[in-house]
Design a protein around this ligand. Structure first.
Ligand code: KIV
Ligand code: ZN
Length: 508
């Protein structure tokens, strides 16, 4: 088994994603989490680009122990000086310096001949070598560079002291076999390549970043540059979670180890998404909402009989909860019955079949049958009395100088329950007031909000995930007012738990 070093550039290339800027404190929080996950190197930023970037790199260097701490610098002294100052206190410091080597970049960005570019690269590496424990060099746009020129510049920078040679596919242009050939050619044509570690840095413009990274590893690269959730310039970088799980799931063919604790992947992914506001698409491999969700009856049945029929890894291996049986028109009886059980209902086989027919009728007319729909079907079909709680009214007092306070009215049969509560924010105040009115204590596990229609009058949808006495429940609500959507979602999640308890008491 050969060791692959994981270089995480979420805080540098990832932060270059439009809209992904993070504050100093947020970058620090991410660095702590990815260090916990076991990455070997953290690229903290591009310190010369702003005082905030500099501060974040410095704070991480001073406080995060374990991984190599690195910062990016163009091949110019000013950048290197600032990067060096930013990583000076790191336990293991590295300066990552780069210059473009493709004909198109050298002509249009620098208007300099190739020999001058080599001179700048060598000078930068020598300069950086005196300022940090180690130096990494990247020939930007390497995969569109002239190969003999690439060999020559790599040989010279290794001579100058670079010990990590990174090969970036800057514009995500390469295909896997080509990437493999480039790494092999570098190994065969750069005479002193054994004095450096070959690294690879792939962008995802053609959706090939992870495939190219794997091809480079197979050809001899031993450091992989990746980002969490694959965020990065344009279409992003190779996604850490995809690369790591490919190495883990296919260890029969890929004989490599890393230091990554895979059960920290999901936490890290959620943290990045929450901090940057960059949503993870539902079908994103490994960390997307649908990655372990099964809707079709054949798949649900197979999964419930033997998980490996339709899952190549377990959700727990990446630190997330159990697989999801999603109820829709493709679902079968097996998955349907399991869901009813999870909701806490104890129903006979004959009743279940009757309810299943009704469920199929609804499922044919709706994209997804939510738990609240299922509960309504059960109540109707079994003629049980339902006493769900309904939001009648809410009022919020909030501002930057006042304590957020919520007043709420909830109807329960003929009774109107009225309560008020304060909270850390308006949403917290509403949730507390609802709990007081209903008389329960819930733990909020997840709160998600997103716009479901465009424009200023957008409908917002809120999804909450809660637990009461160890029983989990989810609820959703939509409104043009996010606070109202939050209140509806919370009441709906509580209703599910309270209703199934109540109905089971009624039956017993
Ligand atoms: O994509 C790229 O070329 C880079 C370099 C700075 C390594 O991000
Ligand atoms: Zn990049």
């Amino acid at each position: 088994m050969e060791r692959i070093f994981i270089f995480d550039t979420t805080l540098r290339d990832g932060e270059q994603s439009p809209g992904a800027s993070m504050t100093v404190e947020q970058k620090y929080e991410v660095a702590v989490q990815i260090a916990r996950m076991g990455v070997d190197a953290i690229e903290t930023g591009f310190p010369v680009s702003s005082p905030q970037q500099f501060q974040a790199c410095k704070m991480i260097s001073e406080n995060v122990k374990g991984p190599v701490i690195t910062a990016l610098a163009r091949a110019v002294e000013k950048d290197i000086d600032i990067a060096a100052e930013a990583v000076a206190k790191a336990q293991h410091s590295r300066i990552h310096t780069f210059i473009a080597t493709s004909p198109i970049h050298m002509k249009y960005k620098f208007n300099k001949p190739p020999e001058e570019i080599i001179g700048m690269a060598v000078k930068a590496v020598k300069y950086a070598k005196n300022k940090a424990a180690e130096v990494e060099f990247s020939p930007e746009d390497a995969t569109r560079s002239d190969l003999p020129f690439l060999y020559s510049i790599l040989e010279k920078v290794i001579e100058a002291g670079a010990t990590i040679i990174n090969i970036p596919d800057t514009v995500g242009y390469t295909i896997p076999q080509e990437m493999s050939n480039i790494i092999t050619a570098i190994k065969n044509n750069v005479p002193n390549i054994d004095k450096a570690i070959i690294s690879v840095h792939c962008h995802n413009d053609l959706g090939l970043a992870v495939a190219n990274t794997l091809a480079a590893i197979e050809a001899g690269a031993r450091q992989a540059e990746v980002t969490i959730n694959g965020i990065g310039e344009r279409a992003g970088n190779a996604a850490l979670e995809e690369l790591i799980m490919a190495l883990s799931v296919r260890k029969d063919l890929l004989k490599y180890t890393t230091n990554i604790k895979t059960n920290q992947i999901y936490n890290s992914s959620r943290l990045i998404s929450n901090i940057t506001g960059l949503e993870i698409s539902r079908n994103k491999p490994v960390v997307g909402d649908n990655a372990f969700a099964h809707e079709s009856g054949i798949h649900q049945d197979g999964l419930l009989k033997h998980r490996e029929t339709y899952e190549i890894m377990t959700p727990s291996s990446i630190g997330r909860g159990s697989s999801d049986i999603v109820l829709g028109r493709h679902s079968g009886f097996h998955g349907f019955k399991k869901r009813i059980g999870e909701l806490g209902f104890v129903i006979s086989e004959e009743e279940s079949k009757r309810i299943f027919d009704k469920f199929l009728y609804i499922a044919d007319r709706k994209k997804e049958v939510y738990d609240e729909d299922l509960i309504t079907i059960i109540i109707d079909e079994l003629g049980m009395s339902s006493s769900s709680y309904k939001l009648e009214y809410f009022n919020i007092l909030s501002g930057n100088t006042s304590v957020p306070t919520a007043t709420i009215k909830i109807r329960h049969n003929e009774t109107v329950l009225e309560e008020a509560a304060t909270g850390d924010g308006p949403v917290d105040a509403i949730f507390r007031a609802i709990e007081r009115a209903i008389g329960v204590n819930a733990v909020l596990n997840e709160y998600k909000v997103h716009a479901v229609t465009p424009g200023k009058q957008a409908m917002g949808e809120v999804q909450v995930s809660i637990s009461v006495d160890g029983v989990d429940s989810k609820g959703r609500g939509s409104s043009t007012d996010i606070l109202e959507a939050s209140a509806i979602a919370y009441v709906s999640a509580l209703n599910k738990i309270l209703l199934s308890k109540e109905m089971n008491n009624e039956k017993n």
